[in-house]
Design a protein around this ligand. Structure first.
Ligand code: FRU
Length: 314
């Protein structure tokens, strides 16, 4: 920037203006009676995703001129691809997507973006940068915080089971890598790890294998609360739940936070859905306002000690 000549600076300024209110999310408000937002949800099998759609619905209900069309891909990548294509054909004004997997859904979302539809990616990232905005919490930070928290809780050593989220989705990779960084330099050993694909029944089955193979397990780190709960049920079924502590991620009031209150989880990290932020961002784009490429949502940790005070910010 220091050496930017006058002409280059002018071109630069012009480009910034164009990006701020260009064709991708241009100043449409006032030209249409109703704006249609397409919401491509990867599945509604878990309470967290039901909550995400609910947050979107509630935020959109505050605007008379906004209508949201919801599609549920039922945890099927090909079906979600089809939904995104339908939204493109339909010419929605904004497309919000929470993609099941990164690689296969990058291309159809990039196509929507190239066609001039503002694309908001929620929670599970895609590859590259062919979208308008990404909104989500920092999964690497959450994973690392979980690792550090466990390191402290276990006094720097112990046997841990890691039940991973779908490893073809970015949160799974980030929560895994962050966690490994968090336990670095300790004597914590991950004695068993498995991809439970975010699903409670899978987590329960994987945990049954871990319990059968290992006599001593000190903690379970699950990439989400359904996973931690599945592991708890497997341990409780063989009366070993008191031998270990359970840590999860999501912290919905009626799920993870309730498990902390019930003494099932020793710690739970909040993963906000971003539903409201997605609608606020969609409205800004429709108004022609500039928005950042990435919106990082805050997170908190809940433990039995702090849950009545509303947890603690990370
Ligand atoms: C729901 C879910 C959440 C998790 C998120 C990660 O499908 O598995 O439990 O935090 O997706 O994308």
């Amino acid at each position: 920037m220091k050496y930017l000549g006058g002409l280059t600076a002018m071109v630069f300024a012009f480009t910034v203006v164009l990006t701020g209110c260009g064709s991708r999310g241009g100043n449409n408000v006032g030209k249409k009676d109703v704006f249609v937002i397409g919401m491509s949800q990867c599945n509604l099998g878990e309470p967290w995703r039901v909550q995400m759609d609910e947050d979107i619905r509630a935020a959109a209900a505050e605007y008379d001129h906004v209508k949201v069309l919801f599609k549920d891909a039922q945890n099927d990548t090909l079906r979600q691809r089809g939904h995104i294509e339908e939204f493109i054909r339909q010419g929605v004004d904004v497309l919000i997507a929470s993609p099941k997997e990164a690689a296969p859904l990058t291309e159809p979302l990039a196509r929507a973006y190239e066609k001039g539809i503002p694309v908001i990616i929620l929670d599970r990232a895609v590859l590259g940068d062919q979208y308008t905005v990404f909104i989500g919490a920092d999964n690497r930070l959450i994973g690392e915080a979980a690792g550090k928290w466990l390191k402290k809780a276990l006094g720097g050593k112990g046997n841990v089971v890691e039940l991973k989220g779908l490893m073809t989705s970015v949160p799974g990779v980030d929560r895994h890598e962050g966690f490994r960084k968090g336990i670095e330099g300790s004597d914590i050993k991950v004695i068993f790890e498995a991809d439970m694909q975010w699903l409670e029944p899978n987590a329960r089955k994987e945990m049954e294998s871990a319990l059968a193979r290992f006599d001593r397990i000190d903690a379970v780190y699950a990439h989400n609360d359904p996973g931690a709960h599945g592991a708890y049920l497997a341990a409780a079924a063989v009366d070993r739940q008191k031998e270990m502590i359970f840590v999860g991620i999501d912290a919905l009031p009626n799920e993870g936070r309730a498990y902390v209150k019930q003494g099932i989880l020793a710690a739970c990290f909040e993963y906000p859905t971003g539903g409201r932020e997605a609608i606020d961002t969609a409205l800004k784009l429709l108004n022609g306002e500039a928005v950042p490429k990435k919106i990082v949502l805050p997170t908190r940790v809940y433990t039995p000690e702090n849950i009545d005070r509303g947890g603690e910010a990370l």
